[in-house]
Design a protein around this ligand. Structure first.
Ligand code: IFM
Length: 759
């Protein structure tokens, strides 16, 4: 069975658009949902192409005016097809042999079907498309039309369609597609070029798109005639196709925006002129994918469905990653849909970055640079709210401004500040990249530590430091005091800041002097950070050896999960209103469990087991961020069957539409969670005490698992088979790598060196 392809067959006409997100293609610069190319009626023609960093003004009131939303940009895959004068529309009675195939190995989408007109004439149609990962500004499309049993008259329009609007009026909740706001104004349209501007933001972005389309018919090539209209660049090809003959259209499209530099249209033209032919472009694209998969794939000896699902998660994560541009990061739905408006949340650092850190560290570096670039806005945000240092927005577009709607809790959801510090530390430990740490990281760590210092309050009665009025990962607890996750992560943030300052002072004294002067660093700060880190309240029930989510959790009323969550809908959508959650012991998405996965060295196995047993039945999994941490912890605790069940909930979350909102985009944090479930759960990966830890916890359904890891400049090849773990050093780093494999200390320094445990 082919585990590299996602196949839809037959067409589910009634929920056609619901699966478009699954068939998304992307290259980090562009993302393109799997919509049908040929124009349909009404909302079917809306496309769904997004460019990282291209935002327009949305409809919700955020902290600094209206929020931003990722713009649905002109559709350069648009075609209109008529056969014997009749529009080729996708209708159940007209189509046979439908098949849509996402080839994840090659990054190519293919769709084919046979269509019968009202006059009985049949044509076989095949569409192929890709967004080049070799040249991020190019896309390729091929359309083949075969007349099956008689001659037909074909009219084919090939264009770039700027009539598109947002797919939805409201993007915060999933809905069937319904046309929404229009952000684009067309400046100029010709047969092969269109220039538009997103003019719903003061400094509107200009978009320039150009196409080169050639039609080969049995009678020879056709160039087509100008068919441009106000908001559509298009060429029209009219021809007669004899029975049993095939015509083939090949189009290359180039896309630039004013974010890429001056005169984007000149750039688009130049790129098209220099682009070779379709085959050459696709071959280069496929070579890039082969290299990427070599580094990032996880191979299983187990059920084919699991292998395919795992690859699907990795594929989508990889192809949305904006590694080329540190002015943007990876949104909650990537470039696959409009829910959450293209914004970046805490889950980027905690769920997605670990995958990149250990497979493509440059991608993590770029996304952390995004946090560094948005530091001025985070400082301003902190100042506006009477705090020191930097308070990162809960929800960021491209400029770091808080995009959360007013009044829905961004003021409380401050753990994101420490999550960014955690990801930074994880990156530094995994890469030993001092240069990055000193150039960008230390500044973030100092400013975030200062934030925690000003956001914590001393309680003279208990002689402790509290962090009051917060919202942890469990968003059903809207405002709590001393959320364990927040306090412990803040404590780590403070420690990382202290350690990073000491390191930089030692290793790069001149740069440190400059930074310290620029930030107005005071010598008393590190000691104050340490005292705070040591004094922060950590909610803990000594009698039960149980770490507690927050000050009040144990005092709340037990929640009847059967009654409250009888089906897949979230509790707050099905049975009780949001306001009721404060009364109950209910966890929306894993909170303490996630924390224990992040900082495993801080807890004993017994404490982890107790926490898992306590919180798991109280967790509604009403967020996509919940399954993977449960899979990781269950695996590490040796509960393999349970871990596997959670792994499947996670890996199939979008494929099976478990959260009922995949139509509005894929759940990117969960995609990263699938990698975590496999690598941090079943392969037991974690980082601490200067070593990389691995240990086998394979589920019974998997015989073996293989993957590569980047670690401190070296590449490791890991294979788990049954109870054995084999680690091979494929290419060494600058220093010997220290590992702890299934409890055994190992040092690997030469290429080809390997260790197997138990031996
Ligand atoms: O970051 C998450 C949040 O924890 C739950 N709601 C969705 C956000 C974006 O994924």
């Amino acid at each position: 069975m082919d585990t590299w392809t996602l196949i839809e067959q037959p067409c589910r006409f009634n929920r056609r658009r619901g699966t478009d997100a699954l068939f998304t293609l992307g290259n980090g610069y562009l993302g393109c949902r799997g919509f049908f190319e040929e124009e349909q009626e009404d909302v079917e023609a809306l496309g769904g192409i997004y460019v990282a960093g291209v935002f327009g003004r949305g409809a919700l009131k955020a902290w600094k005016g209206m929020h931003r939303e990722l713009v649905n940009t002109p559709n350069f895959f648009w075609v209109s097809l008529r056969v014997n004068g009749e529009a080729l529309l996708c209708r159940p009675k007209r189509m046979a042999g439908y098949r849509r195939v996402l080839d994840m190995r090659r990054g190519v989408l293919d769709r084919r079907f046979t269509w019968t007109g009202s006059d009985g004439a049949r044509v076989r149609v095949r569409f192929e498309r890709f967004l080049s990962v070799d040249d991020l500004h190019l896309a390729g499309q091929r359309i083949e039309i075969e007349a099956l049993d008689r001659d037909v008259e074909i009219e084919l329009l090939v264009g770039i369609d700027a009539r598109v609007t947002q797919l939805n009026r409201v993007t915060t909740s999933p809905r069937p597609i319904q046309p929404g706001r229009r952000h684009l104004r067309t400046l100029r349209a010709g047969p092969d070029e269109i220039e538009t501007v997103v003019d719903t933001l003061p400094k509107g972005v200009r978009l320039a798109e150009a196409q080169r389309a050639v039609l080969e018919t049995p009678a020879g090539p056709l160039r087509g005639a100008d068919a441009a209209t106000t908001d559509l660049a298009a060429r029209r090809f009219c021809f007669r196709l004899a029975a049993a003959k095939t015509a083939r259209l090949t189009r290359l499209a180039a896309f630039y925006t004013s974010r890429d530099g001056a005169d984007p249209m000149a750039r688009a033209r130049r790129t098209l002129r220099r682009a070779g032919d379709y085959e050459g472009l696709r071959a280069a694209h496929e070579r890039r994918w082969a290299e990427t998969w070599r580094a990032c794939d996880i191979e299983l000896e187990g059920p084919d469905d699991d292998q395919r699902a795992l690859r699907f998660n990795l594929f989508q994560l990889l192809q949305a990653c904006p590694e080329h541009d540190s002015r943007v990061s990876l949104g909650a739905r990537g470039l696959s849909g409009e829910m959450h408006e293209g914004s970046v949340f805490w889950d980027n650092e905690i769920f997605k970055l670990p995958f990149f850190t250990f497979t493509r560290p440059a991608a993590t570096a770029s996304m952390l640079r995004f946090r560094h670039r948005t530091l001025p806005e985070a400082r301003r945000h902190a100042r506006d709210l009477w705090f020191d240092g930097a308070m990162y927005a809960w929800k960021s577009g491209d400029d770091g401004v808080e995009e959360t709607e007013m009044g829905v809790g961004a003021y409380y959801a401050i753990h994101i500040v420490a999550d960014i510090a955690y990801a930074l530390r994880q990156y530094w430990e995994a890469t030993a990249d001092d240069e990055f740490l000193f150039r960008y990281g230390v500044e973030i760590l100092i400013e975030t530590a200062r934030f925690w210092k000003s956001r914590s309050h001393y309680d003279p009665l208990r002689r402790t430091w509290n962090i009051l009025a917060v919202r942890g990962p469990n968003e059903y607890d809207v405002i709590v005091n001393n959320n364990l996750f927040t306090n412990m992560m803040a404590g780590e943030n403070l420690r990382y800041a202290e350690e990073a300052v000491a390191l930089m002072r030692r290793r790069s004294p001149a740069a440190w002097k400059r930074l310290a002067a620029r930030l107005g660093f005071r010598e008393t700060e590190p000691a104050a950070w340490r005292a705070l880190a040591e004094g922060l309240v950590l909610c803990y029930d000594r009698g039960r050896d149980l770490f507690v989510e927050d000050d009040m959790y144990l005092h709340r009323v037990p929640f009847d999960m059967k009654r409250g969550k009888p089906d897949a809908r979230r509790v707050i959508d099905g049975t009780l209103p949001y306001e009721a959650m404060a009364l109950y012991q209910i966890t929306k998405q894993s909170d303490v469990v996630t924390l224990m996965n992040l900082l495993p060295w801080k807890f004993t196995p017994r404490q982890m087991r107790r926490a898992y047993a306590f919180y798991e039945p109280r967790t509604a999994h009403d967020s996509s961020l919940s399954y993977s941490p449960h899979a990781v912890m269950a695996a590490r605790l040796g509960m393999r069957a349970e871990a596997y069940r959670y792994f499947r909930d996670c890996a199939y979350l979008d494929l099976a539409d478990i959260q009922l909102n995949t139509i509005s985009g894929l759940h990117f944090a969960n995609l990263g969670g699938a990698w975590q479930a496999a690598v941090m759960g079943f392969a037991g990966l974690w980082q601490g005490d200067g070593r990389l830890h691995l240990g086998p916890h394979l589920p019974a359904a998997w015989k073996a698992m293989r993957f590569r890891l980047c670690y401190r400049g070296g590449t490791l090849r890991v294979e788990l088979r049954g109870g054995k773990t084999r680690v091979l050093l494929e290419s060494p780093g600058p220093a010997p790598l220290r590992l702890c494999v299934a409890g055994r200390d190992v040092r690997l320094s030469k290429a080809g060196q390997e260790v197997t445990t138990p031996a």
